[in-house]
Every structure is written in C-alpha cells, then in structure tokens.
Design a binder for this molecule. Structure first.
Ligand code: PA5
Length: 474
C-alpha cells in the first residue's frame, strides 16, 4: 500500500461522541464534567508518554510500530517459505496469543477464506486453535494432514496448559508420521525464559520469533504473535504497523478534542464511575466481528482489578459485551434500549465496504419488500447502524461511534492502537496495574494442581477441600 499524507488522512479513524453528551441524552455527559476530567486525562496521558517503551512496566508495545524493521523482513521471508511449502497454517495459542491473529484473519481475509480454491487464496488454509475442546482438536485433525501443516506455537511462558497440550499432541503425530518436528513448527515465545526455548534446543533449533519482554499477550498483536500469521495470509503487515504509528501520532496531544484514544478513555472512565459497568462493542461488519473478542480481553484483563497501585482496594473494570450489527439488533438491542441504564454502546461503523452488493428490484406488488430494490446492502447496513444509534439515543442510552473509513490493514492498525492506548489511559486514570493478570494466573495454577503438576500439592488440597457439597446439588 502506497501511503501518501492525503491517503492517511482519508483513512483516518474518527470518533463521533455526539450521543454521549447531555445535549442529546438526558443524563449524558456535560461539557463541564468533561472539563473537570481534563486534569486527570492529562495526567494519564503524561503517564503513558513518560513510560512508553519501558519493558519493566510492560509498556514495550508502544514501540512495536517503530522497532521491528529487521523482524518484519525476516517474517516476510519466512511467510513466503511457509506459503510455498505448506497447505495449512495452524496457530496453537490462547488468550493474547490467539485473539489478535483471529481478529486480523477475519478482518483482512475473505470471510470464507478456507473454502476458496488454492488459486484464489493468498496463503495456506488457516486455523487458530484457541481451546482444548477435545472434539475440536480431533475434528481439526480430520481436515488437515499434519505433514503438510505448519504449526505456529505461540506462548510467552511455554507453560500454558492448553497450548502445551496441543503441542504434545501435534509433535507426537509429526514424530509418528516420520517428520522432523522442527521442519513443521515455528515458535513465538519469550527470548530466553520459557519452555519453548528449551524445547527448541532439544529439537536442534526451531525457527523462533520473540515476544519481547515488555509486551504482554493482549498487547502483542503488532509483535511477531500477530505479524507472522498475518504475513502468511498475505496481509500487508507494514501497512498495519503504519496505521498504528499514525494513530500513535494523532494521540501525541493531551487535548481531548484531538486525541481519540484519550477521549474514549475519558468518556468510558466518567461513564464507569456513573455505574455504566457494561461496555458493548458492536461492529457493523462481519470483517470486524472479532475485533470485539480481541477488545474484550484487552479491556477486561487490563481494567478488571481489585487494588490500585498504592494498595487501596478498588474493584474496578467494565464488563465487555460482544455484539454484531445488524445481527444482534434482533437479539440484544431490546435490552440495550429498555433494560438497566448500565451500558455504554460503542459502534464500529464502516464508511465504505469493499463490496456494495446491489439489491435488485422485485416483488413490486409487496411494498414491505419492494422498497429495498434499487438500494445496496451497504446502504441497508449503514441505515440500520444509524437507526440503532438513533433509537438508543432516543431511549437515553449512552453510545458513540468509531468510524472506520474502510477495512484494510492500515485502518486495522489504527483501530487496534486506538484501543490499546485507550486501555492504557483508562488504567492510568484508575491508578491500577493495567498490564498484569493475577486473576488469569489463579485459574492456571488451579489447573496445574488438578492435573498433578509437581509443586502444587497445597493448591490440590485446597481444591479437594472445596469439592461440591451434596447438600447443594439438585
Ligand atoms: O493477556 C495475557 O497475558 C494472557 O491472555 C496470555 O496471553 C494467555 O494466558 C497465554 O499465555 P502464554 O502466552 O504464556 O501462553
């Protein structure tokens, strides 16, 4: 993608927060409330600006758009070789090691990519296995030939039960098929620590990419975690990084009127403090559907904390809800419109879809149907998006719209950097550790104990003592 300054501006993601204000919503946010939060927003902005790039604070992700030239060149070479050699590319990973690749795949590839004939695909068939459902694993193996498949094992720790169980199954199958394992796997992991580093050595050196120290899983899409799978799919990863850098540039100012991420963080912060404990993300685009899944992890794991940085109990966070326009108009929107006043709805609107899909004239004697003829499906989905925002506004519900001019690698980069910065700013406003996830770790440890991992005997005893009580089983 050739990016002139003019094109960057045309592709700029914009936030319309009209329907968050008290001018249009009773109990909406007043200008004086926003003004009263300017100081806090400025401090959050300064915190992120001062600490960007600091690995010890897990803020290395801020530099990913700028410091990966060599890695990107290497990834593009590897991707070319993978495309030449393999029929399938399977990501084994979970959480932050999977949601980014799923998002980019859905956003930037054909919606039925794996069903296209080889000649119409830019790369091998693509799968992200982010669960240990035994049926899913077995049925994946029904549709791929492991000997013709490249497995990208993504795990920072190399100790995540789900990913490592998958690795054990796959490596066993490759061995049994007489394949030299290291020919069919690529690791994305920590530079020095982590079990995948050890496994790589034992296999004689597996092609590996590094998930840098200061980049947590949910902030890793622009690292090799996301870039390698995207490059294998023929996605323009340089444009993705440029889109992120462009959003970063827009967010250099602490002026709420100019910095979209700071504005969104401040609006959400005010809303959360006013009891809006649910944040719905509703893209009007199947391509952007999985942005909601990725965002849900980013927002929930980052902000869901029980203590501030100075040790004060806080129990903050907002429950992210994934919705899809227009599909969920016919299910959840009833609740959003008439249920409790506990939500902020964020729409992702696409200004220009890559397909318009005209609706032909027909059924002229049935006005309920014939009015649709002569329009396009683009007009229909955009009208429904506007109509739903309007209906929510009329019902006094806080909502705002993030406009994506068109879905491409550049705008996806912008969007994900906007959300990452928004999350970092909101975390700074709450004065919490945005980048840890002790709640996730607790579940991982309990699983280790249940499956007999050495060193977890106490946890096992605690779990045994908490066995279901017959008195409460019906
Ligand atoms: O955001 C996170 O840090 C988590 O969701 C992790 O990405 C997830 O638990 C996987 O961890 P790992 O990469 O160590 O396998």
């Amino acid at each position: 993608m050739k990016l002139t300054e003019e094109l960057r501006k045309a592709l700029r993601v914009r936030v319309d927060y009209t329907n968050m204000t008290d001018k249009y919503i009773p109990n909406g946010i007043a200008q004086k409330t926003l003004d009263a939060h300017k100081k806090l927003a400025k401090a959050a902005h300064a915190y992120v600006a001062e600490n960007r790039g600091k690995d010890e604070l897990f803020m290395g992700w801020t530099e990913l758009p700028y410091n990966q030239d060599t890695i990107v060149a290497d990834i593009l070479e590897t991707a070319k070789a993978v495309r030449r050699k393999f029929e399938n590319f399977v990501v084994l990973g979970i959480g932050g090691s999977a949601l980014g690749p799923i998002m980019a795949f859905n956003a930037l590839c054909h919606l039925h990519y794996n069903d296209l004939p080889k000649s119409k695909r830019r790369g091998p068939r693509f799968f992200v296995e982010d669960n240990v459902d035994p049926v899913r694993m077995k049925e994946l193996l029904d549709v791929i030939d492991v000997t013709k498949t490249c497995f990208n094992v993504i795990s920072k720790s190399g100790a995540t039960s789900e990913t490592m169980a998958q690795y054990l199954i796959i490596s066993d199958l490759l061995k049994k098929a007489g394949v030299n394992i290291k020919e069919n796997v690529i690791f994305t992991t920590d530079a020095k620590k982590g079990n995948l580093v050890k496994i790589s050595k034992s296999l004689g050196g597996v092609k590996s990419y590094v998930l840098p120290d200061g980049v947590g899983g949910r902030f890793s899409e622009l690292s090799p975690v996301g870039l390698l799978p995207a490059a294998v799919l023929g996605i323009d990863i340089k444009a993705m990084l440029k889109g992120a850098a462009y959003m970063d540039k827009l967010c250099k100012t602490a002026d709420l009127k100019k910095n979209p991420a700071l504005l969104c963080a401040t609006l959400q912060y005010i809303a959360m403090n006013d009891g809006k404990n649910i944040g719905v993300l509703m893209p009007y685009s199947d391509n952007l559907k999985f942005v909601s899944d990725w965002y849900a992890q980013l927002w929930a794991e980052s902000l869901g904390k029980n203590v501030t940085l100075d040790g004060t109990p806080c129990n903050v966070g907002q429950t992210p809800v994934k919705a899809l326009g227009v599909t969920d108009q016919h299910s959840q929107v009833q609740l959003y419109t008439e249920g409790p006043f506990d939500k902020v709805v964020t729409f992702l609107a696409v200004d220009s879809y890559k397909e318009k899909t005209p609706i032909p004239h027909g059924c002229e004697d049935i006005p309920d149907v014939s009015f649709l003829g002569g329009h396009t499906m683009e007009e229909l989905i955009q009208a429904e998006n506007k109509a739903t925002a309007h209906a929510l506004t009329m019902a006094g519900r806080l909502n705002y719209t993030i406009h994506v001019p068109e879905v491409n690698a550049f705008t996806l980069g912008e969007l994900l950097f906007l959300f990452e910065l928004q999350t970092a700013y909101a975390g700074a406003m709450f004065n919490i550790n945005t980048f840890n996830q002790p709640g996730v770790e607790a579940g991982k440890k309990a699983t280790f104990a249940l499956l007999g991992k050495p060193g977890y005997a106490d946890k096992k005893a605690e779990l045994d003592a908490a066995a279901p009580d017959e008195a409460y089983i019906v």
